[in-house]
Design a protein around this ligand. Sequence first.
Ligand code: F6P
Length: 325
Amino acid sequence: MMERIGILTSGGDAPGMNACIRSVVRTGFKKKIDVIGIEYGYKGLLNSNFINLTPESVTNIIHKGGTILKTNRCKEFKIKKYRKIAFDNLRNENIEGLIIMGGDGSFKGASIFANEFKMPIVGIPSTIDNDINGTDYSIGFNTAVQTIMDSVDKIRDTASSHERIFFIEVMGRNSGHLAINAGNATGAELIMIPEIKIKNIDLLVKKIKEINNKKKSIIIIYAEGCNLGPVDKITNYVQKKMKNSNVRFSILGHIQRGGSPCEKDRINSSLLGYYSVNELIKKDKSKIIGIKNDKVIVLDLEKTIKGKKEIDKNLFKITEIINNY
Ligand code: F6P
């Protein structure tokens, strides 16, 4: 059993983080565990940005995007001497274990820290990129897909009125999970993702021309990590090769990370928050609490972060079949 645990949010924020913080705090309260909020991610560990979280302090946040704990990408945490400062600060505060909400990078830091100082840690996948190995779902993903959908639907109206070809850049860092789901849900004629490299750009132009012969307006979902580089560059290239068409691009940007979490992101956040506290207080090896096949699962933190999550090939293939004729 533990008496005091800490929670922090790290990396890019994700809708649902607040719902999860709320769940952790209220679960801790029922178990008579003090939950300390660490502000500004790992940076807050270095600077002792600790705040007491009470059941009242997390009232009315279930529906709010962002994170009340603030977040950060902390370069210093990659250096051992700073991690030692972080550990000493935690010890001074009598914090016995940590819940870390974040993505791949945050979990890598967590795993090193856990090993170095024998600090029990539970990671909760929280990133719109949905790229945590061994899990199907991460907090914020579904809201982000919904946001992309709403935007692409609007672009579809104008693309079709002007008979234009649109490249729409979506986030995802080095992964295409957001792009595939958004592409399926918006009926995008083409989805370009980092996992499938384009070796010959002229073959791509040929494919766009073929689609364009049937439909005069095309939506291409372009994941930011694609191997062809910046979306404006590829748009210009295609425009030069298709002089009779109108080619445009739109970068959706940080709009994808904000907003009120959707139903799934709220419910899963509540579940993952609850189970993370139960897992942490076992003082076992460090873990990730995730969701696979619609069930809450427990994974070994160290082993899980070594692998890369594969794309849903089946969804990609079916989307290609049904979004074109
Ligand atoms: O990891 C989440 C994410 O939104 C990525 O999809 C994106 O590449 C990155 O963060 C952007 O980070 P920043 O807000 O620091 O520019």
